[in-house]
Design a protein around this ligand. Structure first.
Ligand code: CDP
Ligand code: CDP
Length: 228
């Protein structure tokens, strides 16, 4: 092996998954894979083409012909759909409101999961999402279930959005709770902690503290792997 491991980070919206995954990847010189961006990219495309989440066959046929690319870069990850740069477009409130409904479609999940597994074959990947530890990479050497109170998660999102989008803290808290509910209750690969995942409540931790904790787990796990 190349001495590298895979790290899976799951948890609800606003827990800090993508921020921390990016920081951990940078500290270890690993590749960051944002699986939420893939569900968002599909959602953005379906909205553009007026295809509703209950039109499952239409969604699946359309998704099969999409080329979704995650391109790591110095100023963050770029997301392309059929070569169009949708990096900022997939963060819109319209996508937020609908993504969890498309993400319930079994065939769509199968398609994206297979792409995600391919990206992790050579190890050295930090992948975040909802079902990474349970379904996508059940053999990941380090699994984290990251969470924080819904109030803190909404507050974090509010701090990011308040200067650019007209939305209240209450509205954000409501949106996040609704999305969490759909993600936890869906039939296929719901959001839940893998049996062997480490639970991290980050409500009172800053990003550096969380990053250091995970990097240290990764380093210890790497040593174990090498001494086998
Ligand atoms: O960044 P945030 O936590 O708001 O969400 P995200 O990670 O970008 O994911 C957006 C949505 O995609 C989630 O609410 C899920 O419905 C879906 N998703 C999923 O079902 N499985 C994943 N592995 C990643 C995201
Ligand atoms: O990916 P996810 O939805 O889980 O969360 P995120 O987009 O990484 O984090 C949401 C916001 O919370 C970002 O602005 C982070 O900088 C911030 N954050 C924080 O203040 N403290 C943490 N321990 C983790 C994230």
């Amino acid at each position: 092996s190349n001495g590298k491991i895979n790290i899976a980070i799951d948890g609800p919206a606003g827990a800090g998954k993508s921020t921390i995954a990016r920081m951990v990847a940078s500290a270890l010189s690993y590749i960051y894979v944002d699986t939420g961006a893939m569900y968002r990219a599909v959602t953005w495309y379906m909205i553009q083409h007026g295809i509703e989440p209950d039109e499952e066959q239409e969604v699946l046929q359309t998704a099969q012909n999409l080329v979704i690319q995650l391109i790591p870069g110095v100023d963050g990850q770029k997301v392309l759909v059929n070569e169009e740069n949708v990096t900022t477009l997939i963060r819109s409130l319209a996508v937020n409101a609908k993504v969890s409904r498309y993400a319930q479609i079994e065939g769509l999940r199968t398609q994206l999961v297979s792409l995600q597994r391919q990206m992790a074959l050579r190890k050295g990947v930090v992948m975040d999402g909802r079902d990474i530890g349970t379904t996508v990479l059940p053999d990941a050497e380090v699994k984290i279930f990251m969470t924080a109170t819904v109030q803190e998660r909404a507050r974090r999102r509010y701090m990011e959005l308040k200067d650019s989008v007209s939305i209240t803290l209450e509205q954000l808290e409501h949106d996040i709770a609704a999305r969490d509910h759909l993600d936890e209750q869906r039939e296929i690969s719901p959001l839940r902690q893998a049996d062997d995942a480490i639970w991290m409540d980050t409500t009172e931790m800053n990003t550096l503290e969380v990053t250091e904790a995970i990097v240290s787990l990764a380093q210890r796990s790497g040593w174990r792997e090498e001494s086998k």
